[in-house]
Write a protein that binds this ligand. Structure first.
Ligand code: DQA
Length: 143
């Protein structure tokens, strides 16, 4: 079994980018935290700054029926193409859990809208890297 952990733009800078908002853990730290509680389940964590690549990974997920933890980063707020890609995964019964490190609702107005949430299986936001762990817990519990 495998879980895809997909991360959008600028998250390759996690740990040094606005640490007062996003914390000091890196994406590699997130991968290690998830792997330590995943048991035999493989954690396949990826990051891209490119919308097309992220969409391709979602197509891969639906074809392989692999559950997804997705931090769409800024794409959250405006990418209808990403939203449609998430919808084609969840409509096949494959979970996509939207996660955010910060609580976007407590931040700038433009972050209050997620075009992804309505087609995601669920949303976890505001718990730092623990948001990813909570998402993994729900996937492991239902698999
Ligand atoms: C984020 C929140 C987004 O608004 C922002 O663009 C990000 C990170 C988060 O994890 O808190 O890049 O998705």
């Amino acid at each position: 079994d495998r879980v895809l952990v997909l991360n959008g733009p600028n998250l390759n800078r996690l740990g040094t980018r606005e640490p007062e908002i996003y914390g000091t853990a890196s994406l590699e730290d997130v991968r290690a935290q998830l792997a330590s509680r995943a048991g035999a389940v493989e954690i396949d964590l990826r990051q891209t700054n490119d919308e097309a690549t992220l969409i391709g990974w979602l197509h891969e997920a639906v074809d392989a029926r692999t559950p997804v933890i997705l931090n769409p980063a800024a794409f959250t707020h405006y990418s209808y193409a990403l939203r449609d890609a998430v919808a084609l995964v969840t409509e096949r019964g494959v979970p996509v859990i939207e996660v955010h490190l910060s609580n976007p609702h407590a931040r700038e107005e433009f972050r209050h809208t997620s075009v992804v949430s309505a087609v995601a299986t669920g949303v976890i936001a505001g718990f730092g890297t623990q948001s990813y762990q909570l998402a993994l817990d729900t996937i492991l519990r239902s698999s």
